[in-house]
Design a protein around this ligand. Structure first.
Ligand code: 1CP
Length: 345
């Protein structure tokens, strides 16, 4: 039997105290991260420096003893690897030279991608060698829709006007971007698994902005294809899907994409998830990151509520979205001790 709690839960086991890791557990809320980040130069320089990427991945493991380490990287290394210009502006976020029609796709090429991303896979293999044996190594990618939003909008977006405009007016043309990304993302995940990732997570952070039929076409279908392509090479690899904001589509996503487990966003009622999802597959989630920022009784009550609803089935404790950069590290420590049952509240 595996020493790794996360792998056991993803295989369907229920633990008296669930494994815990947090989305964006490496990052700006940690002073030791800010120090490395300042030395690295740009954010992408940090992503492509295996030594530093390994260091910041390990920082939260050393500090809090999480059950899993998630590779320090970003979902935008895939478009960058495909040949799109990607850069990060301090305090603004990612910027990309947008691609808005089929002609724009000519600038992209799949053939050189994994070669360009070798430093990422080097970090994965160094991490696999460095981690304590009870800690699971998670690799990841953005899902096709979410990666496409950044590629088409040219960065973060509020209304997704450009991508919806393209997708609704020219579904076949937009479909060729989705097909390219499906293949690229499957290759990126396989390269991480090959290098030593033991679980992979697909981040579909903007799954919640699409109407009915478009959700099936641009979220469920491409995710199902990515999962199938990865499983062709690695039939047993656990895959966690995070279709943030999927709401009423969570059961359909869970049943049809082939993912091993689903990560619940902050808004999913845990009592409902226990009845409608956890019988089908393990679930992960979903403390509001604002409750972790707040700490104190509000956090304690939020954690207790989640553990009561989801703790009697296969469950991985996590946040409902990434950790907020103002979060005091002491709150994270308190959270880990609570979930481990080291303190009674
Ligand atoms: O300078 C900095 O330190 C920038 C902050 C930062 C960090 C710490 C960015 C920029 N990316 C990351 C790391 C990162 N991103 C990880 C590392 C592993 C971890 O500890 O979890 C992961 C898994 C991601 C994934 C990611 N990047 C997502 C999906 C998850 C989510 O939060 O929704 C998305 C959407 C991105 C894009 C991105 N990267 C960074 C920013 C500011 C953004 C844009 C977010 C937005 O549009 O709101």
């Amino acid at each position: 039997m595996s020493d790794k709690k996360l792998l056991r839960v993803l295989a369907g086991e229920t633990m008296p105290h669930p494994p815990i890791w947090l989305m964006r557990q490496a990052g700006r809320y940690l002073p030791e991260y800010r120090k490395v980040r300042a030395e690295a130069g740009s954010f992408l320089d940090l992503c492509y420096n295996p030594k530093l990427a390994v260091e910041v991945t390990l920082q939260p493991i050393r500090r809090f003893g999480f059950d899993a380490a998630i590779l320090f990287s970003d979902i935008l290394v895939v478009p960058h690897g495909l040949g799109q210009d990607v850069w990060f502006v301090e305090n603004e976020g990612p910027k990309l030279a947008p691609i808005r029609d089929v002609a724009g796709l000519k600038a992209l090429g799949l053939s050189g991608m994994t070669a360009r991303l070798v430093p990422v896979y080097q970090a994965v293999s160094d991490l696999a060698a460095a981690l304590p044996r009870e800690v699971t190594l998670i690799g990841f990618s953005g899902a096709p829709w979410t990666v496409a939003t950044y590629m088409v909008e040219g960065g973060s977006s509020r209304d997704f006007a450009q991508i919806k405009g393209w997708g609704f007016a020219d579904p076949a043309g937009f479909g060729s971007l989705t097909d390219l990304l499906t293949e690229a993302i499957a290759q990126h995940l396989c390269a991480q698994i090959e290098a030593g990732a033991q679980v992979v997570q697909l981040f579909d952070s903007w799954a919640g902005v699409l109407p009915d039929t478009a959700f099936r076409r641009w979220i469920i279908e491409p995710t199902r294809k990515v999962v199938a392509l990865v499983r062709k090479r690695y039939p047993d690899i656990p895959i966690i899907g995070f279709p943030r904001g999927a709401g009423l589509y969570y059961p359909e996503y869970a049943a049809e994409t082939g993912v091993t487990a689903v990560s619940l966003d902050t808004t999913v009622p845990t009592g409902w998830a226990a009845g409608s999802l956890q019988g089908m597959l393990p679930v992960q989630g979903n403390l509001d990151p604002m409750l972790l920022l707040q700490g104190g009784q509000a956090m304690v009550d939020g954690v207790a509520h989640i553990l009561k609803d989801l703790g009697s089935g296969p469950f991985v404790f996590n946040l409902g979205h990434g950790i907020i950069k103002e979060t005091p590290p002491e709150h994270v420590e308190h959270l880990v001790r609570m979930v481990r049952g080291d303190i009674e509240e």
